[in-house]
Design a protein around this ligand. Structure first.
Ligand code: COS
Length: 386
């Protein structure tokens, strides 16, 4: 890997996450995938290693880092198992709305337990009829006295059922479209809040994906984030910050696939020599390495720029998510090709990596939606220059 001029603390965080990945996650990855088992034990290991709080301010028990520190952890965990990594990362996705828009009281109440890993968080935006069209959500929240009454169903929520703290977007005024959405903090155990069945997935099978079902669920008024009508903005600004994390996940998966393919190419002999001596294989490995390093450099650069306090970064955040996720799918496919028939078999690690990589092109906004965002921003920028 290139020298990225990380601080000593960032290097320590990355090394620590790598140790957790190598020593604890990698040996368990195939079994967790096969059994579709939520990795509670590994979540505890991440908590004991202080990984959950790397992006949180110190006053809430975190290490005081930002998007880059979280990306470093996600990348390393994803090298070993993206299903475990996304369970870790989705807690950050659930926490960011509170971090960005919470009142002092909300932050003090919820963030320390998320930073310590005592509680997982989750983010509830998507619905059956509102995926790319996030403004089309149908879950409603109606003010009644001192609380809002939530009704509706959120779909495909990572950490659904496992997390204790949920940030949920619901419509408080349907007529206003996306300006009529509001964000709420909802705790597991609130009456009227239940979970659907655990989904069976192509990849990231260690992670838990469930519906969040709200049936006359009363959420106290003080659990509103920002204010009524700000829910869509809360969601968009959260995703702007977390999409580089999907990039980091993709880089980790792709690096894992490159590591496996390069190692295999040295061991596998055909025609009396290791296949790594054939130029056909060498060029594939070279292309994989170029793409992984370019994606990593892009992820680190965007994360660092967000942490430096730039105001506008929707476009860059979308770009890095698209680039790295497309790289992950390409590199994992190529890794299978290097492995040949063995790569297609479950006994070898690379077919899982392809299955895990695919979701990075879909969740937190499909790559098609990201390209729309990028193009619209570009057009705005060029219109301004003329
Ligand atoms: N930051 C701040 N404000 C934003 C924003 C952002 N990144 N993106 C949009 N907004 C604002 C717009 O400026 C607009 O404000 P006004 O009402 O003041 O004009 C408002 O939000 C509505 O924006 P827009 O008209 O662009 O909304 P659309 O309904 O057209 O949807 C997309 C925009 C498609 C970009 C949005 O729905 C989206 O991101 N979809 C993907 C959702 C997603 O990621 N799902 C995954 C679920 S989480 S795992």
């Amino acid at each position: 890997m290139m020298e990225y001029f990380l601080t000593e603390e960032q290097k320590m965080i990355k090394d620590l996450a790598r140790r957790v990945a190598d020593e604890r996650i990698a040996p368990a990855a195939a079994e967790l995938d096969e059994k579709e088992e939520f990795p509670w034990e590994l979540m505890k290991v991440c908590a004991e290693s202080d990984l959950f709080g790397v992006y949180m301010p110190e006053e809430y028990g975190g290490l005081g880092g930002g998007v880059l520190e979280q990306a470093l952890v996600v990348e390393e965990l994803s090298r070993a198992c993206a299903g475990v990594a996304v369970s870790y990362a989705a807690s950050g996705l659930g926490a960011f709305p509170i971090l960005l828009f919470g009142t002092d009281a909300q932050k003090k109440k919820y963030l320390p337990d998320i930073a310590s890993g005592k509680k997982l968080a989750a983010f509830g935006l998507t619905e059956a009829n509102a995926g790319s069209d996030a403004g089309g959500i149908e879950t409603t929240a109606v003010l009644d006295g001192d609380s809002y009454v939530l009704n509706g169903t959120k779909q495909w929520i990572t950490n659904g059922g496992e997390a204790e703290v949920y940030t949920v977007i619901a419509m408080t005024d349907k007529k206003k479209g996306s300006r009529g959405a509001t964000a709420f903090i909802v705790e597991k155990g609130t009456p009227g809040f239940t979970f659907g069945k655990k989904e069976k997935k192509l990849g990231i099978r260690a992670s838990a994906t469930r519906e969040l079902v709200f049936h006359n669920c009363r959420v106290p008024k003080e659990n509103v984030l920002a204010r009524e009508g700000m829910g869509f903005i809360v969601a968009m600004k959260t995703l702007d910050r977390t999409r580089p994390g999907i990039g980091a996940q993709a880089v980790g998966i792709a690096q894992g696939a490159l590591d496996a393919a390069a190692k295999y190419a040295r061991q596998r002999h055909q025609f009396g020599q290791p296949i790594s001596s054939f130029q056909a294989i060498q060029h594939m490995l070279a292309d994989m390495a170029i793409q992984v390093e370019a994606a990593r450099a892009f992820v680190y650069a965007v994360a660092k720029s967000i942490d430096s306090g730039v105001k506008e970064f929707s476009k860059e955040s979308a770009m890095v998510k698209v680039f790295a996720s497309d790289v992950a799918v390409k590199v994992t496919l190529d890794a299978i090709q290097v492995f040949g028939g063995y790569g297609y078999m479950r006994d070898y690690p690379v077919e899982k990596m392809l299955r895990d990589a695919k979701i990075t092109q879909i969740y937190e906004g499909t790559n098609q939606i990201q390209r729309n965002v990028i193009a619209l921003e570009l057009i705005k920028e060029y219109a301004g220059r003329k």
